[in-house]
Design a protein around this ligand. Sequence first.
Ligand SMILES: Nc1nc2c(ncn2[C@@H]2O[C@H](COP(=O)(O)OP(=O)(O)O)[C@@H](O)[C@H]2O)c(=O)[nH]1
Ligand SMILES: [Mg+2]
Length: 329
Amino acid sequence: MFEKIPAIYSAEEIIENAIKKTKKIQIQDKNRFYRNRKTIIKKTELFATNVISTLEKYVKGFPSIDNLPKFYQELIDIKIDADKLKQSLGAVEWARKTCTKIYSKQIKTLKKTRDLSFLKHKQKEIYGRIASVLKQIDKNLIFLSKAQNTIKDFPEIQNTITIVIAGYPNVGKSSLLKNISSAKPKIAQYPFTTTKIHVGHIEKRQGYNTEKYQIIDTPGLLDRPIHKRNKIEKQAIAALIHLADIIIFILDPSENCGYPIEKQKNLLSQIKKMFRDIPIIVVENKSDIKKTDSINIKISCKNREGIDKLVDKIFEIISKKTREIKPHF
Ligand SMILES: Nc1nc2c(ncn2[C@@H]2O[C@H](COP(=O)(O)OP(=O)(O)O)[C@@H](O)[C@H]2O)c(=O)[nH]1
Ligand SMILES: [Mg+2]
């Protein structure tokens, strides 16, 4: 989704690159005057069109922010500042239009001129004007360059129903993801602190059709009380709310994870409050060690007990709720 965004250069670099492109231009003509004249015109044309097309590439390379999935809009807001991004893209578009105007107006004068020194003077003037337009947007270019750098590391989240795993550390979230995924989960950068998200897929065969759902583990985000979170972490969690269609909350009644079951249940009620409209499947893991008599699904990631039942439950919710669970994109 974001691979089309090109690397963004500063005003000075754009000018340098454009000049470099014109260096070797030498138009042949027996007549010295015509040779010089044609060469100057060609160089000026190339310089201007190179700058203009570079700016165009920048504007077109960024996806339209308002059309992006909410999840990504939220990430952009947290990591970059969406308004500033829009503003900067607007500035680049302004520069592109202004350079185009300068170029199309001045090139006509250039082509009419028969005086070589005036030609050279005019060429300098065009270069100067275009360079000054670029310098006016240099701050925006620097901002966009940083934005590009951040966005290129955004996790690739697909346009499909998404299941998010939550629960205290060591309850078995990663083990469940591994157990339930059809292929090895992929690790993607989640642009907050040191967190990475782990993305796997569950496949459901229906006749000849295979539907693929996304299942993600978000270490460090949905595994501790929310009130202990700083602002950035809270926003990061908010972004996840846009992503989740179903939540699997894992409890560890064996308490081998190191957290008393009461604490774990408190986190569960917090998550229920935060993700109010999202169905939550509560699962008790490590059934090989301890089984309660609750109504929750009991699983063991160690001996795979209950895993098929859990997968059936996921499919049941998806098929019942298709009208309510909308893809986020
Ligand atoms: N006995 C037992 N151990 C488990 C089970 N599931 C996970 N574990 C162990 O619990 C520890 C934490 O598991 P992990 O998946 O990393 O938890 P996470 O921190 O929630 O991702 C690891 O040592 C796992 O081997 C289970 O069903 N039974
Ligand atoms: Mg883990």
